[in-house]
Design a binder for this molecule. Sequence first.
Ligand code: NDP
Ligand code: GDR
Length: 376
Amino acid sequence: MGRRERRALITGITGQDGSYLAEFLLEKGYEVHGLKRRASQFNTQRIDHIYQDPHERNPRFFLHYGDLTDSSNLTRILAEVRPDEVYNLAAQSHVAVSFESPEYTADVDALGTLRLLEAIRFLGLEKKTRFYQASTSELYGLVQEIPQRETTPFHPRSPYAVAKLYAYWITVNYREAYGLYACNGILFNHESPRRGETFVTRKITRGLANIAQGLESCLYMGNIDAKRDWGHAKDYVRMQWMMLQQEAPDDFVIATGEQHAVREFITWAAEDLGITLAFEGAGVEEIARVVAVEGDRAPAVRPGDVIMRIDPRYFRPAEVETLLGDPTKAREKLGWQPEISAREMCREMVEEDLKIARRHALLKAHGMEVPVSIES
Ligand code: NDP
Ligand code: GDR
């Protein structure tokens, strides 16, 4: 007899990480349950390809309507599923938006985590269910040490990061107080073609692909001096699972150990479209001008065009200027190494966004409307 199929519950399954993690766990033979919010339109695009009709024989993928702001709903789902592993990935995850909606962000990102932990305790699942919390490099905020590791002091710089700080410590507290197997993954920025359109990397690859195809004329950016340690979401969800497979629970920094500026990412994405850029001016007057165009990927772009400007609307009330992680502990204790570099990831994201932009350009050429707006 084989081992009983393990059961995982993923909150945030419709998001970037949730979709990759669901794929990963299904491949490992798990029964996967996900929490999905009710929305006025379909919001499952990232997981449609792994959806299994519940009427099929032996389905291993299930979605449950729910919300991290709703305790009774979370308790009911946990009681029904009795998961071996819970991955708490759901969050209002946009830092800039958290300044606009600080109370909601705290409710979901901080109290939502508490609600899940309490539901596990209330149902007496502490000895059965392992818990993963999606913690973040934003905890370091105003950095106290370079590079940042598990022992670096926190100094959060946004309502999002402050909410995640509560979630970090309540996870530690439930581990210490109730012996729950609970881990924090302190993940640095990770991206992919499935990244939300308003995070900086995707905004750049999508925006420049649209410009290349004549769907937009200029990319408006915030602080392009900001530096991040960017990895690929596929590499990072593997580590989320690895963390829950150790003998004892622990917290880990997940990062590449390499840092790049937003400006550099813009240059890469342009290069991948055959566009050479030159940055001119400084501060809010800075622009990026096209120096040369090669190949057939950017038929709408000409040398001399200005395709990036700064819009102070995208500046944040308090900024995290620089983040660089030290993943030594993850490498030494768990043997984890990222496999995809930031440069390769950028290329993959441009490829995917160029495909979409070409499709949209074709629709437009035939007089049909296409969605091109970029917000936040
Ligand atoms: P996304 O923004 O892509 O996904 C967030 C998910 O949370 C979506 O499925 C969303 O649902 C869901 N969600 C939002 N609010 C609620 C709510 N009130 N109740 C239930 N579900 C909700 O985030 P990522 O996949 O990029 O990130 C996953 C987690 O990791 C987040 O917690 C994020 O804060 C954290 N993190 C992310 C990093 C990154 O670089 N990506 C780095 C470090 C931490 P819907 O689809 O309906 O909007
Ligand atoms: P971040 O990611 O805030 O690090 O949070 P984001 O991609 O939004 O910003 C990265 C940096 O780029 C600067 N920036 C811009 N950002 C956006 N979104 N739009 C712009 O136009 C723009 N111009 C410059 C930002 O100011 C910032 O410095 C992400 C989220 O996934 C969090 O949930 C996660 O916890 C952290 O990464 C680690």
